[in-house]
Ligand binder design. Structure first.
Ligand SMILES: *Cc1c(COP(=O)(O)O)cnc(C)c1O
Length: 371
């Protein structure tokens, strides 16, 4: 069968999904049927396994909405009035954590790092020693803003040394970068359906330390994002969501988890993404596009490129040229430099990387002709 994709997405979610994932959405399901609820339970069990977390100490809770809803759910319903959350900021998604807590009235502080540098555990340690009011540390793992992969292990050690709690937005890494949640000491990890597990958009999920989640009862600032309430319903009613759940998205996610297993699991997916990233970065560099992140901090998910010096490129024009030829690219999100991004995730393979590099070369040739 011909691939029904009109174009492929080189974007970090929604991303290009498999035919199996899309086919799973052809059935309309009922939210209180046992077979549907069992899908939710299977997803919850699979997510814990991916996180290396046992079901005694940890649980997985699904939450309607995009990834941000999951982050907001954790930050607005876990900390109590006595808690203070320190955010390690080095990109737009960690900045968003600050915005969430401003809106929700959660006490928070920030520690800023350059957007092309990973948060430094030594600086964090010094900060924590000087700020005993901090009870939670919150950070992003793969900062999709730039493509940098932050070091959650070294941060985790500083946090655990002081018996504080750790929140990690692993939206664009979970499922492709192996994360041992208990080993690192993550208390709440957030990710979503449409990133590296390669489902479609519609819900986020949280891997949570059970005791802390249970202790948060009554802390939520909102009704619909109350993480404890959602957990309580899912536990009590064997996979029932509190309010209408995205049934098609849930079925698609189940298929996506099977696809991840078939591919060979997290390690195999990591290798494919990393090979995509390396080939793209090298090919783009040869064409004159400079990667924004140094190689040692570059993650396998998405790469930010700066335009070749002296060449005037209109992003919209380049975007529509590439789209006409089968690939959609992503605008930049840096505040200081003109850039664009290429995602390496989803159903993207060596062949696609070759195609896209060839297209960029042709596009540059066209511009040079005009100039
Ligand atoms: C995708 C993403 C989010 C969530 O974004 P939504 O648009 O709400 O899905 C949050 N953090 C990171 C690092 C992401 O990549």
């Amino acid at each position: 069968m011909k691939d029904p994709n009109i174009y492929k997405l080189l974007t970090p979610g929604p991303l290009t999904t498999s035919l199996e994932v899309r086919e799973a959405m052809l059935i309309d399901r009922c939210t209180w049927d046992d077979d549907y609820k069992e899908m939710t339970q299977e997803i919850r069990r699979s997510l814990l396994k991916l996180a290396h977390a046992g079901s005694k100490k940890y649980t997985a809770v699904l939450m309607q909405g995009s990834g941000t809803f999951g982050v907001e759910s954790v930050l607005s319903s876990i900390p109590s009035k006595d808690d203070t959350v320190l955010v390690l900021v080095n990109g737009a998604y960690s900045e968003r954590m600050i915005t969430i807590m401003e809106r929700e009235g959660v006490a928070h502080e920030r520690l800023d790092f350059a957007w092309d540098e990973v948060p430094d555990a030594g600086k964090l340690g010094e900060y924590l020693d000087a700020h005993p009011e901090v009870t939670f540390v919150s950070m992003v793992h793969s900062e999709t803003t730039s493509g940098i992969l932050n070091d959650i292990e070294s941060v985790g050690r500083e946090v655990k040394k002081r018996s504080l709690k750790l929140v990690v937005d692993a939206m664009s890494s979970f499922g492709a970068v192996d994360i041992d949640v208990p080993e690192i000491g993550i208390d709440f990890l957030i990710s979503s359906a449409n990133k590296c597990i390669q489902g479609v958009p519609g819900f986020s999920f949280i891997i949570a330390r059970r005791a802390l989640l249970e202790a948060s009862k009554g802390n939520a600032r909102t009704l619909s994002l109350d993480l404890y309430d959602q957990y309580e319903t899912m536990e009590r009613d064997g996979g029932k969501w509190r309010f209408t759940s995205p049934t098609h998205v849930v079925a698609a996610f189940c298929a996506a988890l099977h696809g991840l297993k078939e591919e060979g699991g997290v390690k195999a997916r990591f290798s494919r993404y990393e090979e995509n990233e390396e080939a793209l970065r090298k090919g783009m560099k040869d064409l004159g596009f400079k990667p924004f992140i140094k190689r040692k901090h570059q993650g396998p998910i998405i790469t930010t490129f700066l335009y070749p010096e002296g060449v005037k490129i209109d992003f919209k024009d380049m975007h529509s040229y590439l789209k006409r030829h089968g690939y959609v690219i992503y605008p930049g999100k840096l505040t200081k430099a003109d850039s664009f991004r290429l995602g390496n995730i989803g159903e993207i393979y060596e062949e696609d990387v070759k195609n896209i590099l060839w297209l960029f070369k042709k596009y540059l040739g066209k511009i040079n002709e005009k100039a």
